[in-house]
Design a protein around this ligand. Structure first.
Ligand SMILES: NC(=O)C1=CN([C@@H]2O[C@H](COP(=O)(O)OP(=O)(O)OC[C@H]3O[C@@H](n4cnc5c(N)ncnc54)[C@H](OP(=O)(O)O)[C@@H]3O)[C@@H](O)[C@H]2O)C=CC1
Ligand SMILES: O=C(O)[C@@H]1CCC=N1
Length: 266
């Protein structure tokens, strides 16, 4: 089976790195094309994947075509590849804010199997979180096969399409927010004399362990907060100061803005 990436930017590279590390595909069975020859040819040389001369050639040769471009170029790319598409090929789109119905309508009368996903960059280390939804042309077998490709890169979840905007915020975009949180913690460490390297390692390991503990328990995160806050102790003093500065409101406002932006994409 050959899998092709139209667009080989940050998200495509994370997915490909995950699959190459897991040996899910032979490098030569991964096809790539992007806007700039220098970019995709250099990347193909570095990784051993196959560079294609055009989006059309890629769509002709691949069984599964991943659309890994920014939402605003999706329509022109579908225009380019539409002639060589048929019902035996599968499209997987990861463009935020672009619905299955919009993609389907761009293929006009053709009944193309389309899966919409929302991955995050953590697929690179097999700790991704990817949402799935499909159109009615996707068979159960094709769907399960596509899902299993992403199961190997972390967790996957089938959700109704209406929930994609909140999923983008909580999983697609959130790695950026969590890196930002880690950086803010690390900067505080530097303020108190640690090196940035030490402070970043300490903060990142605290986030990793805390996330693993949340996933391993049936306790609510708020009960877990209470477990760390000793009466009269350091944690409750810090937590209340963070809350006074609007910690929870800042997070919820950030998620609201992400959802709104996703909904406004089209
Ligand atoms: N980044 C992330 O964390 C996530 C991104 N997404 C979604 O993934 C998609 C890609 O995002 P991301 O990887 O960050 O974006 P990037 O800007 O990193 O990559 C976009 C890619 O599209 C290529 N491209 C642009 N125009 C064309 C064209 N006409 N034909 C072929 N390729 C083209 C670019 O080519 P070149 O490199 O040659 O310039 C580039 O490789 C977006 O729709 C985004 O919503 C979803 C979840 C998470
Ligand atoms: O910022 C973006 O638009 C994309 C979607 C999710 C993560 N990055």
């Amino acid at each position: 089976m050959k899998i092709g990436f139209i667009g080989v930017g940050n998200m495509a590279k994370s997915i490909i790195a995950g699959w190459l590390a897991k040996k899910t595909f032979r490098p030569e069975d991964i096809l790539v094309h992007s806007a700039h020859r220098n970019n995709y040819e250099k990347y193909a040389k570095e990784t051993g994947v196959t560079a294609c001369d055009s989006n059309t050639v890629l769509a002709q040769e691949a069984d599964i075509i991943l659309l890994a471009v920014k939402p605003f170029v999706l329509a022109s790319i579908i225009d380019e590849i539409s002639d060589v598409m048929n019902e035996n090929k599968l499209i997987i789109s990861m463009a935020s804010g672009v619905s299955l119905a919009e993609i389907e309508s761009q293929f006009k009368d053709k009944k193309i199997p389309i899966i919409r996903i929302m991955p995050n960059v953590n697929v690179e280390i097999n700790e991704g979180m990817t949402a799935f939804v499909r159109n009615s042309s996707v068979t159960d077998i094709a769907y399960e096969q596509a899902k299993s490709l992403f199961d190997s890169l972390g967790r996957t979840l089938e959700i109704p399409e209406k929930d994609f905007s909140i999923f983008v915020a909580l999983a697609g975009s959130s790695p950026a927010y969590i890196y930002y949180f880690i950086d803010a913690m690390a900067r505080s460490g530097v303020k108190y004399g640690l090196t940035k390297k030490q402070a970043t390692e300490i903060s990142a390991q605290a986030v990793l362990g805390s996330a693993q503990k949340v996933l391993a328990t049936t306790k609510s995160p708020m009960d877990m907060v209470d477990d760390v806050c000793s009466p009269g102790g350091t944690t409750i003093a810090g937590l209340l100061a963070m809350e006074e500065a609007g910690f929870m409101t800042a997070v919820v406002k950030g998620i609201d803005a992400t959802v709104l932006k996703d909904q406004a994409t089209h």
